[in-house]
Design a protein. Structure first.
Length: 245
């Protein structure tokens, strides 16, 4: 892309992980500046700015300077600056890093609105739960190589485990843990604090069989539930569980 390829650039929005706004400008002025790079019509730009402010929930902060904003509000401002000109293709690099839960929900809701309004979004994140909320197709990268790609359901089929069962149980004796490991289809058993986690390689009635076993052994538990593998499970299987720098 050439430096003067404004027609192409006007269709692209980029939001970096590091916040990139002008400290000397207010919230409104920052969005106005970045939007004005591509939208010259003043009336149209004014409407676009208001749309961006509403999308990220900064209506009450138009006259604030960046130094007056919390980390979450700064992230929202950063997104507004990148999408105010209504691009067709938007790149987002970990936009929810180090933000409070309320701001995170606001940011994710805004991204979903952009997607639903027709924008194509390339979203980079380490938070697999965000991927499940936002993305239609997923690529798992590790050290620059594509390990897997597809829909969330397609990727979950790559998981080597069929089911995870979590049991809240106090003071479980070691002998019971060893017996559970020998139950049919069990792949791995861990017990930390009062949480027993059992992963199964296959099988459809694992939860029922576990409940029957605990009843026979008179093991009292507070809570028990089953869940399918998550994208996070798939990610760890494909990239490994070792710590990264």
């Amino acid at each position: 892309m050439q430096p003067d390829s404004y027609d192409i650039k006007a269709k692209i929005g980029v939001i970096f992980q590091e916040v990139a706004v002008f400290q000397e400008l207010t919230v409104y002025e920052n969005i106005d500046y970045f939007c004005g790079l591509y939208i010259k019509d003043k009336n149209k730009r004014k409407q676009y700015i208001e749309d961006a402010i509403q999308l990220v929930g900064l209506e009450e902060f138009k006259k604030f300077y960046p130094k007056q904003l919390s980390g979450g509000l700064l992230r929202r401002l950063n997104i507004a600056c990148g999408i105010a000109h209504k691009p067709e293709l938007i790149f987002l690099d970990e936009p929810t890093v180090a933000v409070d839960p309320q701001s995170r929900n606001n940011i994710l809701d805004g991204i979903k609105k952009l997607r639903d309004n027709g924008a194509t979004i390339v979203y980079t994140t380490h938070y697999m739960e965000e991927v499940e909320i936002i993305c239609d197709r997923v690529i798992i990268l590790d050290k620059g190589k594509i390990l897997a790609n597809g829909t969330t359901d397609e990727l979950k089929e790559l998981a080597k485990i069929e089911e995870k069962v979590t049991v809240e149980v106090n003071n479980l004796e070691e002998k019971y843990i060893e017996q559970i490991k020998k139950l049919e289809n069990v792949d791995e058993v861990t017990y930390n604090g009062n949480t027993l986690l059992i992963t199964y390689k296959k099988g459809k009635n694992n939860l029922v069989e576990l409940i029957d076993y605990m009843k026979e052994e008179n093991i009292k538990y507070n809570k028990i539930y089953s869940e399918r593998p998550t994208l996070n499970d798939v990610f760890l299987e494909l990239t490994g569980k070792g710590l990264r720098d």
